[in-house]
Write a protein that binds this ligand. Structure first.
Ligand SMILES: [Fe+2]
Length: 143
């Protein structure tokens, strides 16, 4: 991927991921929850998320650190930030692992809804933090 497009692509993927998980919330909030439908959307979400994390963690973050070093910027805080983002990603992965079959969702829908809300909020934190901090830094460095 061309480096100058990276931030635009990542912002677009954030938007798509948030839309996808919002759709899951709508499905999960119906009176008669169809666990199979929820699961199939979760699987789509997981695929999109893994592709996004791969691009971010394997391409974007290393390129950002390299570019910062090239320009003589302090990278410690950014490294710390990347570590925090990894922690968020593993919480989301644990959630997806927990709900990897329809029975788990159907067995306790209320619990699923609660966990989903938590995941939506921490995913929102990652997206917002990345957009305000590292993606903005990147765009500035690429100017
Ligand atoms: Fe991201």
């Amino acid at each position: 991927m061309e480096q100058k497009n990276l931030a635009t692509v990542l912002r677009g993927e954030h938007k798509a991921l948030v839309e996808e998980i919002t759709k899951i919330k709508e499905l999960a909030n119906q009176q008669e929850v169809k666990a199979e439908d929820v699961l199939s959307e979760l699987v789509n979400f997981k695929t999109a998320l893994l592709a996004h994390l791969e691009l971010e963690d394997k391409e974007f973050y290393p390129a950002l650190l390299e570019k910062m070093e090239e320009k003589g910027k302090e990278i410690e805080k950014t490294k710390e930030f990347i570590g925090k983002m990894a922690g968020i990603a593993s919480q989301v992965s644990a959630f997806l692992e927990t709900y990897s079959n329809a029975e788990r969702i159907a067995d306790n829908v209320d619990h699923f809804r609660e966990n989903l809300d938590k995941i939506i909020s921490i995913l929102g934190i990652r997206v917002e933090a990345e957009e305000d901090f590292v993606l903005t830094d990147w765009e500035y460095l690429m100017m």
